[in-house]
Design a protein around this ligand. Structure first.
Ligand code: DX5
Ligand code: ZN
Length: 217
């Protein structure tokens, strides 16, 4: 199964529920919420209040990507706001095992994100505990950046590791995904495609989701 997760970072926030309706009509599977604190990444986005508003506007699962310092302090707030899955960054969390356990105790799915320069091997001792691994295909912090090509081989190597160890976590890709590259990323073994500007920046948002879906089906 392949899943499309539009990232609302690129959406028109003054029309949020309408924009969410548009991606729903295109068959979006998840809504991706990018949380940025101006410290872990050089940009500030939004917090639990907006996640809660998104949760009111859709029945789709909310996939919340925490690009923040000390994510442990906010896990509960995001689950309460409606997060169905939470992703923390390997580069920020010292006691990953503890954080992943906490997320699961809160009843959410747990994943870890890797920046483009962070090796897959840094997750080798925890992979079996994860519901998903998010491969950043841009340096986190902003929407609309160019896809980093090395991510394709990184995803195929992760997919091999998954096969070799008979694991079942999903592989997510985040950053610069559009109709020109989604097929090759899918062929490399990716399951969840996070897309911001190529969806919300399109003239027809619904058609953009349908196009991405068709390319990976
Ligand atoms: C980047 C975020 C992404 C971003 C994707 O820091 O994690 O989710 O919104 O946006 P595009 O698809 O525009 O690269
Ligand atoms: Zn993201």
């Amino acid at each position: 199964m392949k899943f499309i997760a539009p990232s609302i970072l690129a959406s028109d926030f003054s029309n949020l529920s309408k924009q969410i309706r548009s991606v729903e009509m295109g068959g979006a599977d998840l809504i991706h919420c990018d949380i940025m604190d101006g410290k872990f990444v050089p940009n500030i986005s939004f917090g639990p209040v907006i996640v809660n508003a998104v949760n009111q506007a859709t029945k789709l699962p909310l996939d919340v990507h925490l690009m923040i310092e000390k994510p442990d302090d906010y896990l509960e707030a995001f689950v309460k706001a409606g997060a169905d899955s939470l992703t923390v960054h390997q580069e920020e969390v010292v006691h990953l095992h503890r954080t992943i356990s906490k997320i699961k105790q809160l009843g959410a799915k747990a994943g870890v994100a890797l920046n483009p320069s962070t090796p897959l091997e840094s997750l080798s001792e925890i992979l079996h505990e994860l519901d998903h691994v998010l491969i950043m295909s841009v340096n986190p912090g902003f929407g609309g950046q160019k896809f980093i090509e090395n991510s394709v081989s990184k995803i195929s190597r992760l997919s091999e590791m998954r096969k070799k160890h008979r694991l079942h976590f999903l592989i997510q890709v985040d950053g610069g995904i559009d109709s020109s590259n989604i097929k090759k990323v899918s062929d490399s073994g990716c399951d969840v495609f996070i897309a911001g500007s190529s969806v919300f920046g399109a003239e027809n948002i619904t058609a953009a989701v349908i196009e991405l879906k068709n390319l990976i089906d």
